[in-house]
Write a protein that binds this ligand. Sequence first.
Ligand SMILES: C[S@@+](CC[C@H](N)C(=O)[O-])C[C@H]1O[C@@H](n2cnc3c(N)ncnc32)[C@H](O)[C@@H]1O
Length: 193
Amino acid sequence: MGHRHVRFGQWAETYDHGIRGRVAQRFYRAVLTTEIPAGCRVLDVGCGTGRLLSLLAERGAVGSGVEIAPEMVKVAQRANPQMEIRQGTAENLPFGDSTFDLVVTCLAYHHMDAPERFLAETARVLVPGGRLVVAEPRLGVLRRPVNALFRARDHVERFGSAAEVRADLERCGLTSVRTRVRGVTFLVEATRS
Ligand SMILES: C[S@@+](CC[C@H](N)C(=O)[O-])C[C@H]1O[C@@H](n2cnc3c(N)ncnc32)[C@H](O)[C@@H]1O
């Protein structure tokens, strides 16, 4: 976990203005195609610099964030002073049971040490009937070689296919799982029953 923490921390002040932030905007647009009722309490897991949270707030959502890298938390909190942005991990969410109507995670699922732990935590913090949206890149034929490179370097990162992420959500007991494709993004959405 340490190396990621440091790497993301180093990106905090420049992420939004560089190539990573520009690419990420496409993913934010995809996430924003999900239904966001006014007043919806949203948790962004691995919220980075908090830009998606700002966009969600513009749609009327009440946002909160959790992020592993303290430098990212600082930037996200500066951008969204009215929100609660906590330092913590996806695998151990620092929020109470049944707190959110929607959990989103954008470009962060493939970084998680234990996605199944994140999914159990998501089910815990969502209200019954609450929804999860996972946004990840569609890498096509590049996915396997990229994952092989991560493995060779002992990185925990692993890009799942849409079908694999979908199966993860179903295994964790989330229901009404559906997959949508928006350009370079795939979205897997599910409900906590
Ligand atoms: C590629 S960035 C995406 C940031 C943001 N969601 C976006 O789309 O712009 C991945 C983020 O996930 C955070 N992250 C990685 N693993 C995490 C974990 N286990 N728990 C919480 N945050 C994590 C990183 O620190 C980083 O800010």
